[in-house]
Design a protein around this ligand. Structure first.
Ligand code: XMP
Length: 524
């Protein structure tokens, strides 16, 4: 089996907002990479044995005192280097060129970069039809700019506000680009990163879903041997892919516990059992705990208190089940690479931390079990791709995120079985309609919220006085900011009619048009 980690790109993070995107583009080119903070220890940098190094962008100014610096080793190792934005300016600064603050000429957003001379990063690329005009549409975001180059470098790209928008030292295989190739607004960005890692660094495209799976299977087998493993299966993407992967690796040594808390979507528990237990032959213990959850939640209307009750009871039940399985040594978890990067960044405290999302599984950290985390190296899109390769239904793998506390935070105030049942039906109508009209994949997250207020309605047989639901659909990249999706009125009209016609206890449907901020995506 090929060692898919043998060729590897090191991405040094200077706190850029899009550093993870650089890593995703490198992986999409078929090459393994890791992100480390710019002040990585010298020993760790050596041990990494990078085939090439990419320096990220960052919010600071390279000419300010005490600003982050490229480790000296990077400049003396003879591996290819690509500096992006701050990374380019840091190269210039540390190699003897000049960077100047240019507030009046800062460039944010789209720019056209004219190519000059030959450069392996850009050769043959052109965003204009006319071969005489070699220009690329790129996305810029910088205040300072490069005024003069270090010895050995040539200008290979010019934009209106950056006379040195790209530079190259061909002999040293050292490149700098002022624009961000990792964002999709830079039309040829993915190609440029691919050029760097495949042609300039000479890597092979080994990082493919099939190879990732083979490698993960071998690692799992080596790690757990003949021990038994426990997994908390939620039906979400990460735990589902872990289940499929672990099952492929160790078959019956894996036991999954699926806790049905009564706050899941319509028929979700049955679907999870069908996919895993029936179709794939995974050992799944289903714990029907609806009554216990509803009893604990009884009368509680505070959102945070509800979250705590649901999270704590989940852990309690999970531990009860784990205690029954006396042979289990390992706990499998669906930790993915962004979780790893964020906790590393917070432990060094050096990077500008991006807010972490709510913790999904919420499993106990003090369990007696040892941890196996087979998705630790993967981004979400890679997890999805291997999920499909492992035979999971694409509809499950590409589903919108669903919060750990489930419908518990979509029923405003006190939770009852009556409310949960009504909400499940309405939500199912909304989601099915989105799928039918080809809108599901065009929004980032969609769901229905139950409002425990009554409103008057009128139907053929008279007056109604019943509950209200709100539809919510958002578009977002990172779930930290979002805007309400502009769903067509005709579509909303159809969903509203279907809900009121088929669920007599709902008299009114509204559409939530709030953005985040000031609202949040969920209502609680
Ligand atoms: P908010 O409501 O904070 O949601 O704008 C952002 C994203 O996080 C999800 N979310 C949660 N996920 N446990 C989770 O596992 C939670 O308590 C929780 N609250 C919100 C939400 O669905 C959205 O995708």
């Amino acid at each position: 089996m090929q060692d898919i980690h043998s060729q590897r790109i090191l991405i040094l993070d200077f706190g850029g907002q899009t550093t993870q995107l650089i890593a995703r583009r490198v992986r999409e080119s078929g090459v393994y990479c890791e992100i480390h903070p710019w002040d990585i220890e010298a020993q760790a940098l050596n041990d990494f044995k990078a085939t090439g190094i990419i320096l990220s962008g960052g919010p600071e100014s390279t000419i300010a005192a005490g600003s982050p610096r490229i480790p000296d080793q990077v400049l003396t190792l003879s591996v290819p280097v690509l500096g992006i934005c701050y990374g380019m300016q840091a190269l210039v600064n540390q190699l003897g060129g000049e960077v100047r603050a240019q507030q009046a000429h800062s460039e944010f957003g789209y720019a056209s970069m004219a190519l000059q001379g030959e450069c392996a990063l850009f050769d043959g690329l052109n965003d204009r039809d006319n071969a005489q005009t070699r220009e690329l549409d790129v996305w810029m975001s910088h205040g300072d700019r490069v005024e003069s180059l270090p010895t050995g470098f040539d200008v290979v790209g010019v934009s209106e506000n950056a006379p040195i928008a790209a530079m190259a030292n061909v002999q040293k295989k050292c490149f700098g680009i002022q624009f961000h190739p990792e964002v999709t607004h830079t039309v040829q960005g993915a190609k440029i990163i691919e050029r760097f890692v495949l042609q300039i660094c000479g890597c092979d495209a080994l990082w493919t879903p099939g190879n990732i799976i083979d490698n993960a299977v071998a690692n799992i087998r080596e790690q757990v041997g003949s021990d038994d493993v426990l997994l908390g299966l939620s039906g979400g993407v990460d735990s589902s892919v872990v289940a499929a992967l672990m099952h492929k690796a160790i078959g019956k040594q894996l036991t999954c516990v699926f806790v049905d808390n009564g706050l899941l979507r319509l028929n979700e528990g049955d679907k999870v059992m069908e996919t895993f237990a029936r179709n794939m032959g995974v050992k799944v213990i289903r714990v029907n705990a609806e009554d216990r959850f509803l009893e604990r939640l009884n009368g509680e209307s505070d959102p945070e208190a509800k979250r705590k009750i649901i999270g704590n009871l989940f852990v309690e039940i999970f531990e009860e089940e784990a205690d029954k399985l006396t042979n289990v040594i390992w706990l499998a978890q669906g930790t993915i690479y962004p979780d790893v990067i964020e906790s590393a960044a917070s432990s060094t405290g050096s990077a500008h931390l991006i807010k972490s999302h709510h913790n999904v599984g919420g499993l106990p950290s003090n369990m007696r079990l040892k941890l196996v985390e087979p998705l630790r190296e993967l981004f979400k899109d890679e997890v999805r791709r291997i999920g499909v390769d492992l035979g999971l239904p694409p509809a499950m793998v590409y589903r919108h995120p669903f919060p750990g506390p489930g419908l518990g935070v979509r029923i405003l105030g006190a939770v009852t079985k009556e409310y949960a049942d009504i909400l499940r039906l309405a939500d199912d109508i909304f989601i099915n309609a989105l799928v039918k009209h080809d809108l599901y994949d065009k929004v980032s997250q969609a769901f229905t919220v139950f409002l425990p207020v009554k409103s008057v309605g009128v139907t053929g047989d008279g007056r109604r006085y019943n509950y209200v639901v709100s539809l919510r659909a958002v578009e977002t990249i990172d779930f930290m900011t979002a805007r309400a999706a502009h769903l067509p009125y005709d579509f909303l009209d159809e969903v509203s009619r279907n809900i009121c016609n088929s669920i007599p206890s709902i008299s009114r449907v509204t559409y939530d048009i709030s953005s985040k901020p000031p609202a949040t995506i969920e209502w609680e």
